[in-house]
Design a binder for this molecule. Structure first.
Ligand code: GDP
Ligand code: MG
Length: 317
């Protein structure tokens, strides 16, 4: 089936953006077609307006229709373990839940997307778990947003979270030049994220090119610090099973703390090391879920009368 000319509509992969079950009744779709000679078959099968894959920018409007979701921006260089981190969080929730009473898993519009990044980490007989494939820089519907909904048993309104899995190349370009064309996705994320995870890759910071990795990380930390505007941020050391030099660790930490004094800090790994990987991963996840968007405070209304019944508004004249 052909694709729709409406840039926001992804028929035939998902349902019509205008909500038409019978596509021929959609003015945009039909406007580009000669009228069909016989009435179209209306299939019993109804496509939903999402595919289950990672969401794109256009799909976000669908998730944000009820209330603005919490956007978690995972910021870090290429190959730093960002996708692996998200995949591990997903598998952990599947196994243990979130451990938080008011954040119980209540669904996802991108289950296929979560499965795509995490299936490599699952253990199948005969196939040891491996890492997810690299998230490459690509156009179109990138960055991929992975959606999860949580609910409290005491509240009717759920909380939506969207985790942005963007390629490290974007952040590297954005760190050097905020307005670079190749880093436009990173700029978008820095404008829209509610929580930042700044990923420091212990493998790169202990490898042969550790000097270059440290300089690149400093640039990135400074850029995040400039764009933060008081939003919560965590420094997440990935691959904590790999040892790094104390001086290097201290240099990287102070590069972050100097520009973001309120930063939280976590170390995670998917390898069995000195600590149980699940515990540290879970601490990070609970930190993410406990952070709240700052409330908007409205100025106190000013009283316009001494009569307590007509304190506000100038109605009593
Ligand atoms: N030793 C170790 N290596 C890891 C760990 N997590 C990820 N990696 C490695 O990091 C590579 C890149 O991971 P990926 O999640 O694709 O990075 P991304 O480009 O930041 O999304 C993987 O192929 C693994 O080799 C970890 O906890 N320990
Ligand atoms: Mg990736």
């Amino acid at each position: 089936m052909r694709e729709c000319t409406n840039a926001n509509c992804f028929v035939p992969h998902v349902g019509c953006d205008m909500g038409h079950v019978d596509l021929h009744k959609c003015p945009i779709w039909a406007g580009n077609l000669k009228p069909p000679s016989k009435p179209a078959d209306v299939s019993e099968e109804v496509l939903l307006p999402w595919s289950g894959e990672a969401l794109g920018l256009a799909d976000l409007a669908f998730v944000a229709g009820r209330a603005r979701p919490m956007m978690v921006g995972v910021v870090g260089p290429q190959n730093a373990g960002k996708t692996t981190l998200l995949a591990s969080l997903y598998l952990l929730v599947g196994r243990h839940g979130t451990g938080l009473e008011d954040r119980q898993f209540a669904g996802s519009f991108s289950l296929a997307g979560w499965e795509a990044v995490s299936s490599a980490l699952r253990w199948d007989p005969g196939h040891p778990p491996d890492f997810p494939p690299h998230t490459a820089s690509r156009g179109g519907r990138a960055p991929g947003f992975l959606h999860t909904r949580f609910r409290s048993p005491h509240s009717l309104s759920p909380a939506d979270y969207v985790f942005a899995d963007a390629p490290g190349e974007w952040f590297q370009r954005w760190a050097v030049n905020r307005d670079s064309v190749e880093g436009a996705g990173a700029l978008w994320l820095s404008d829209h994220a509610d929580i930042f995870l700044l990923v420091a890759d212990r493998e790169a910071l202990s490898g042969e090119t550790r000097g270059a990795a440290r300089n690149a990380f400093r640039l990135l930390a400074r850029r995040v610090g400039d764009e933060l505007r008081g939003r919560p941020v965590a420094l997440v050391w990935t691959k904590s099973d790999i040892d790094i030099d104390d001086a290097m660790e201290q240099a990287v930490r102070s590069a972050v703390v100097d520009v973001m004094p309120n930063v939280a800090e976590f170390s995670v790994s998917i390898m069995q090391g000195d600590s149980v990987p699940e515990t540290s991963m879970m601490k990070l996840f609970q930190w993410i879920l406990k952070e709240r968007r700052p409330l908007t405070r409205l100025p106190q209304p000013t009283a316009q009368s001494d009569d307590p019944l007509f304190l506000f508004g100038g109605a009593a004249t």
